[in-house]
Design a protein around this ligand. Structure first.
Ligand code: GLU
Length: 451
């Protein structure tokens, strides 16, 4: 999409000022391309330089994380927390542990989080963090020592009213446990609301584990409903096999669809009968194994190695695609394969999994495309519900919390539709999500003055 001529120089300055951070540039570009009509209606945003301010994180923290591995050798990683925007509430967003993490990753994720959190309608600002630590092949003790060292620096920046991390790739309930334990020890406070994604026995909320995957499917269901259709009987392809993918698969099956494929960094499995979610969960969550193990234990399922065929998963004919693995996993070519295979609806469970060329191809083909900011917002929204329960020392049932999540996803869908209509791009969820998220944050920033 072409960028408004008043906004183009702002984008150029972001690129100049943040050299080499290509994912951050991409995330900024996608939002800024949607904002032309907003500036025309709201001159106050230009006067107050809201777009320029929203692109500059409020605070960026980079720190050394030293730890001992099991052989007694010293290891050193780099930790990050980018506190992007607190106009709507404390900084909120996950931590990612992956060897590829650098400042540009954390800034792209933090930038996305600002708008996503705005779109949820809840009182949460945006932030993100992580480290270039590779948990793969590390023992539980090594993971614990790493988490303790990471928190020994990070704790001073956190607080239930200040900054509230959660999980992301490589950070699940186990890591949140070690991080919370160290925070509690250092501060001598049982401050439940300082982290979300906690275990349900010690301050966690029911449905938080399932929320991102379930929410993505609820969002896809809303998009289908807007077209007079439903998930029932649909053939679905899900990429990834982490927390988001697992619970997306589970929810598709609950709504009567059938997931025929999923993947990990080694390759993809195709199971035409439909993925056996119990078996997959056992392999992934209990054994911490690979999807190739699934293909070995399930009759009729086939595994295709990534080295042989990097993106074979998107070549399978399907009605609905849910990219739930990682950024830029769906290229323009993959999008064309999906369209060719009959795909009608795409909902992003991961953050920015579709490249700009992919998004363009989907929109040009009239596919219902739900961007991550909207489609995967159920995770962070349920984190906000966890904070609410922590603040009131209350505990809600699974059924009640799931109903709240369903309502939140319905509202997000409606906000995207309304904003897309009002700002001249009916049916375009990318514009809808960017504009609705931006408006909420921008209005708060105007109200709070030049801070
Ligand atoms: N990492 C998740 C996301 O991308 C969840 C963040 C949270 O719950 O704070 O939205």
């Amino acid at each position: 999409m072409a960028m408004d001529e008043k906004i183009e120089p702002i984008y150029d300055e972001v690129v100049r000022h943040n050299p080499g951070e290509v994912e951050f540039h991409q995330a900024v570009r996608e939002v800024l391309e949607s904002l032309g009509p907003v500036l025309s209606k709201h001159p106050e945003f230009a006067e107050r330089k809201i777009i320029e301010r929203i692109c500059e994180p409020e605070r960026q923290i980079i720190f050394r994380v030293p730890w001992h591995d099991d052989r007694g050798e010293v290891q050193i990683n780099r930790g990050f927390r980018v506190e992007f925007n607190s106009a709507l509430g404390p900084y909120k967003g996950g931590l990612r542990f992956h060897p590829s993490v650098y400042l540009g990753t954390v800034k792209f994720l933090g930038f996305e989080q600002v708008f996503k959190n705005g779109l949820t309608g809840m009182p949460i600002g945006g932030g993100k963090g992580g480290a270039d630590f590779d948990p793969k092949g590390r023992s539980t003790n090594e993971v614990m020592r790493f988490c303790q060292s990471f928190m020994t620096e990070l704790y001073r920046h956190l607080g239930e009213y200040t900054d509230v991390p959660a999980g992301d790739t490589g950070v699940g309930a186990r890591e949140i446990g070690y991080l919370f334990g160290q925070y509690k020890r250092i501060t001598n406070r049982y401050e439940s609301g300082v982290l979300t994604g906690k275990g349900v026995d010690w301050g966690g909320a029911l449905v938080r584990t399932e929320a991102t995957g379930y929410g993505t499917v609820f969002f896809a269901e809303e998009m289908l409903r807007a077209r007079g259709d439903s998930m029932d009987g649909k053939s679905v392809v899900v990429s990834g096999s982490g927390n988001v993918a697992l619970y997306a698969i589970e929810q598709v099956h609950q709504l009567g669809g059938r997931v025929i494929a999923c993947s990990d960094s080694n390759g993809a499995i195709h199971d035409p009968q439909g993925i056996d979610i119990e078996l997959l969960r056992e392999i992934k969550e209990i054994e911490r194994g690979r999807v190739s193990d699934y293909a070995q234990r399930r009759a009729g399922a086939r595994f295709r190695e990534r080295t042989v065929d990097p993106n074979s998963i998107w070549e399978l004919p399907c009605d609905v695609a849910l990219p739930c693995a990682t950024q830029n996993e769906v290229t323009g070519r993959d999008a064309k394969s999906l369209i060719h295979g009959g795909c009608q609806v795409v909902a992003e469970g991961a953050n920015m999994p579709t490249t700009p060329e992919g998004i363009r191809a989907f929109l040009d083909a009239g596919i219902a495309f739900g961007p991550g900011k909207a489609a995967n917002a159920g995770g962070v929204a349920t984190s906000a519900l966890e904070m609410q329960q922590n603040a009131s020392r209350d505990r809600w049932t699974f059924a009640y919390t799931e109903e709240r999540l369903r309502g939140i996803m319905r509202d997000i869908h409606a906000r995207c539709e309304t904003a897309a209509d009002e700002y001249g791009s009916p049916g375009n969820y990318v514009v809808g999500a960017n504009v609705a998220g931006f408006l909420r944050v921008a209005n708060a920033m105007v109200a709070l003055g030049l801070v």
